[in-house]
Design a protein around this ligand. Structure first.
Ligand code: NAP
Length: 321
């Protein structure tokens, strides 16, 4: 089969399209013919070996997993002997982070990492969902405790997590402000953001407006800045961003909670936990993935380069059909 192979850390130039052995499923795995795969920030970080944590976990000098790509959608072609809930021919999707292998024609996946794809959902739509929608739902609902009518701000609103988060927040009747670069503001208005802020022109933490809930995809400001932008019992939830800032939230955030009613917390992704819930929302017409550029498998390096510019709107998905 064909796959995009990454044998050393670096820029997208190190990625190569190669012929590799087609995998065989173990007893509790299925073999999926991949129809679409999306790019996540984690793929981008792993390509470069940019964090010490990733290098310790996934290969210090070179990537232990030569094929990146975690969020896949495709059709089951073979089933391991212990798998009972899926059959050959089922259309599935899920997040394979930790083992990756999605930038390829086929991948073996544990049955626990997959959900059935609704027939009305396209493969690219399905591939866009796993990490971004889980982070949006778990961030707003489980960690952020979003309530009806909350005043919500999403920082880094025009990318994968933000474009799911606006739709989830609207289900709660929230008034939602989105922060991103000027090129994405019209796009964000079209998704239903009530207010948009260009972060190159305005610092939302210094505008005097306070929010009941902030969902942050970038975490590039100080903890005190975020605390200032929260209403008296406001909740700040970070999904990811600068490691130093994240440590600040983890270590000093609890002090803010002890001295006020404000909370500052980090989302630890529970992969695939809410796929069935997203299926329900999708089928009810309440959530619609927002997709950017489609490419062939051979175009993964170009797609990764594009992801690195952060000019994508919504989720960047590669189709293999
Ligand atoms: N917590 C966990 O367990 C976990 C697991 C997996 C991933 N993650 C995290 O999830 C996040 C993925 O988010 P995503 O898929 O939405 O990323 P994304 O698609 O790259 O979107 C990020 C958006 O932020 C914008 N942005 C850049 N700089 C900004 C700034 N200073 N202020 C406001 N917006 C800014 C970007 O656009 P412009 O550059 O054009 O402004 C882009 O639209 C990452 O932080 C990743 O580390 C967390």
């Amino acid at each position: 089969m064909k796959a995009i192979v990454c044998e050393k850390y670096g820029s997208p130039d190190v990625l190569e399209l190669r012929e590799v052995a087609k995998p065989t499923p173990k007893d509790d795995e299925v073999l999926v013919k991949i129809h679409a795969v999306s790019i996540n920030d984690w793929d981008w970080g792993l390509l470069q070996g940019s964090t010490l944590v990733d290098r310790l976990l996934f290969g210090f000098f070179r990537p232990r997993h030569a094929i990146l790509g975690s969020d896949i959608a495709g059709r089951i072609e073979a089933v391991g002997k212990n798998v009972t809930q899926f059959r050959t021919g089922d259309d599935v999707f899920g997040d394979l982070s930790g083992r990756w292998g999605g930038f390829a024609e086929y991948v073996c996946a544990p049955h626990t990492a997959l959900a059935l794809k609704p027939p009305s959902m396209t493969f690219p739509e399905a591939a866009s969902i796993p990490q971004a929608a889980m982070l949006a739902i778990q961030g707003l609902r489980d960690i952020g405790g979003i309530e009806q009518g909350d005043k919500v701000l999403i920082n880094g609103a025009g990318g994968g997590v933000g474009t799911f988060a606006i739709q989830i927040a609207k289900l709660y009747g929230a008034e939602v402000t989105g922060v991103d670069s000027s090129a994405k503001l019209d796009f964000m208005r079209s998704l239903g953001f009530d207010k948009v802020i260009d972060y190159t022109q305005q610092d939302f933490t210094r505008s005097g407006t306070c929010y009941d809930l902030i969902l942050d995809v970038k975490t590039n400001r100080s903890l005190l800045d975020y605390a200032r932008a929260l209403s008296p019992a406001g909740r700040y939830v970070t999904v990811g961003g600068s490691m130093a800032r994240l440590l600040q939230i983890l270590l000093i955030g609890p002090l803010i909670a002890m001295t006020s009613k404000k909370t500052m917390r980090l989302v630890v992704l529970k992969p695939n936990k809410d796929l069935a819930y997203v299926n329900e929302l999708f089928e009810a017409g309440k959530v619609k993935p927002v997709l950017d550029k489609f490419h062939a498998l051979s175009e993964v390096p170009e797609a990764m380069r594009y992801f690195g510019t952060a000019n994508h709107k919504g989720k960047l998905v590669i189709t293999l059909e």
